[in-house]
Design a protein around this ligand. Structure first.
Ligand SMILES: [Zn+2]
Length: 100
């Protein structure tokens, strides 16, 4: 089943544009803070789960960049992004029952 393309998403009150294109070097996605744009590789459209996972990954980059965390002297942003997407977000999704 093909994934429905997004045109934009709302992120904490900001509109983030979503673009689909073929990206070189096997990257799944890119995040451009200045343009408030997330680019997703066309190959994401083949699989709902890849599409969701890549969107979550790039949204996490955008959050770190909007928050300023990405601009620390030593930028370990990719590690933080992976921590949030692999540990925090799955836990939140699995534990929504705790939201009373
Ligand atoms: Zn990344």
């Amino acid at each position: 089943m093909p994934v429905k393309k997004l045109t934009n998403i709302d992120l904490l009150g900001q509109t983030i544009k979503i673009i689909y294109k073929d990206i070189d070097e096997g990257d799944w996605g890119q995040c451009d803070i200045d343009e408030r744009t997330i680019t997703l590789n066309n190959k994401c459209l083949k699989d709902k789960k890849h599409h969701w996972a890549t969107l979550v990954h790039e949204v996490t980059h955008m959050v770190f960049e909007l928050s300023g965390v990405a601009y620390m002297d030593r930028n370990d942003e990719e590690a933080y992004v992976r921590c949030v997407e692999n540990l925090l977000i799955p836990w939140i999704l699995e534990n929504q029952n705790l939201l009373q």
